[in-house]
Write a protein that binds this ligand. Structure first.
Ligand SMILES: Cc1ncc(COP(=O)(O)O)c(C=O)c1O
Length: 456
């Protein structure tokens, strides 16, 4: 196989990857180049002649730099984005080299086994039923969609309506109950299911974004037909967790399917000191999370978890005379057929950290959030807006215009990246402490930059 230049090509990629990672801490965190700059670099018509594969990789590496974001470094705090653990990164490379079609266990016994074990380890870490199905999807968005699609199928089936046979046009009305501070991906998942924003039943939330129990009780008082209640573990601005011990029994009394969007919050259950945040969530019917945030594996690793695998199969098993079926296959529990073995890096990450290492990672992210909030709060004119219960810190300064200007100045300065948002009608800046590499010094450097920029 090496006649094709595969060794030299992989060496080129290895070199370029190490160069990037070795300098990631010194480069400006936010990129200097725009999309248009990078289109100018890589654009133009496709050449008629091909090129040597190693030279192709060298060409990408030689020009990519100005448009790369220092996400794997210790001072990227935007959105909710983890870095990448070494074992997870290397496992991701192997996944590409092996090129296993991991939709089917007959086609890919090794990678499907690694994913199945990774799923079992997660159920154990999260305190969820060991018999649940774990479907590996691209991320939190698709995890929400997969779970909610399963939920719709199941609640309709209970109402005597088979969606696979009869579709949705004449189906009994479905109520979809969500919190006021749900993540946008929930609305988008609902949209994919044919449920418009105006059709959602929106339940009020408290100052931190937690769904209010009295409002849920009211919203469900008149429910009779199929109903799905969507709760949240980890609000994207505040990091707040819904009170599952209070809310799930209310929803269950009305026969609702309860879904928990825990894209980054489900992981709190893996730390003994943070686990209380997720108390009671094990009584839900489905849970969405991903590993590319809090577990620090590379992108493309979400998990759709469903209490009863029979519900997943009913929603997703497909036909196809040329496919090979063998018991419960990965393609039975998600919307995809062919796919890469995206769960393998999660296996590698968990194996490399061990149970105690995962708990320590969670505790460190939380401690970093507390340290960041305390240091930001000590800067004149900066107000920390949220109660820091988990990994999210939100702050603002003076007017909305001043807050937005500070956000732009931070990105331009390049010491760190925080990203903007709106909270309760006012501009805010968000720091998400999601990276395993962030140190106390990273926090100090970030806070010093913000102190300097907010003064000037
Ligand atoms: C609570 C929550 N749900 C869903 C998502 C969507 O996840 P992804 O970007 O992996 O699709 C996010 C992303 O930050 C999130 O915070």
């Amino acid at each position: 196989m090496d006649d094709s230049g595969i060794g030299a090509t992989l060496d080129a990629a290895h070199r370029a990857a190490l160069d990037f990672l070795a300098t990631v801490d010194e480069r400006p965190v936010w990129p200097r180049a725009t999309l248009d700059d990078m289109l100018a670099v890589f654009g133009g018509p496709l050449a008629d002649e091909g090129a040597d594969p190693a030279a192709v990789i060298d060409e990408i590496a030689a020009h990519a730099d100005p448009g790369l974001v220092a996400i794997p470094g210790g001072r990227f705090f935007g959105f909710v984005i983890g870095s990448t653990l070494p074992a997870a990164l290397a496992a991701d490379w192997l996944v590409s080299a092996w090129d296993q079609n991991s939709g089917s266990s007959r086609l890919a016994p090794t990678t499907v086994a690694l994913e199945r074990v990774a799923g079992q380890w997660m159920l154990d870490l999260f305190g969820l039923p060991r018999s649940a199905s774990v479907g590996f999807v691209t991320g939190g968005q698709l995890a929400n969609f997969t779970c909610l699609s399963t939920a719709r199928h199941a609640v309709m089936a209970r109402a005597g309506w088979d969606i696979a046979e009869r579709g949705v046009r004449d189906a009994p009305p479905l109520r979809f109950v969500v919190g006021a501070d749900r993540h946008g991906s929930v609305d988008r998942a609902a949209r994919f299911l044919g449920i418009g924003r105006r059709e959602l039943t929106v339940v009020e939330s408290d100052a931190q974004g937690r769904m209010r129990a009295d409002s849920l009780e009211q919203a469900l008082a008149e429910e009779t037909g199929p109903v799905i209640v969507c709760l949240q573990a980890g609000e994207v601005h505040t990091g707040a967790f819904d009170d599952f011990t209070e809310l799930i029994p209310i929803a269950k009394r009305q026969g609702a399917w309860v879904h928990v969007d825990g894209a980054f919050g489900l992981w709190a259950a893996a730390s003994p000191s943070l686990r209380a945040l997720t108390a009671g969530m094990e009584h839900a019917d489905s849970w969405a999370t991903d590993a590319h945030k809090t577990l620090n594996v590379p992108y493309d690793c979400g998990m759709a978890i469903v209490r009863d695998p029979a519900d997943s199969i009913a929603a997703f098993r497909t036909g196809g005379d040329y496919l090979i079926y063998s018991g419960l296959d990965p393609w039975d529990v998600t919307p995809e057929l062919s796919r890469r073995a995206r769960g393998v890096p999660a296996w590698a990450a968990m194996r490399s950290l061990g149970r105690s290492g995962i708990a320590a990672l969670l505790d460190r992210l939380h401690a970093n959030a507390l340290a960041m909030a305390a240091a930001l709060g000590s800067i004149d004119g900066i107000d920390v807006v949220n109660e820091v219960v988990y990994t999210q810190v939100m702050f603002r300064t003076g007017s909305d215009a001043a807050t937005r200007a500070l956000g732009e100045a931070i990105l331009l300065d390049g010491t760190a990246a925080v990203t903007g948002a709106e909270w309760r009608g006012r501009a805010a800046l968000r720091c998400s402490m999601s990276s395993w590499v962030t140190t106390a010094e990273d926090i100090e450097r970030t806070v010093e930059a913000i102190r300097r920029l907010s003064a000037g």
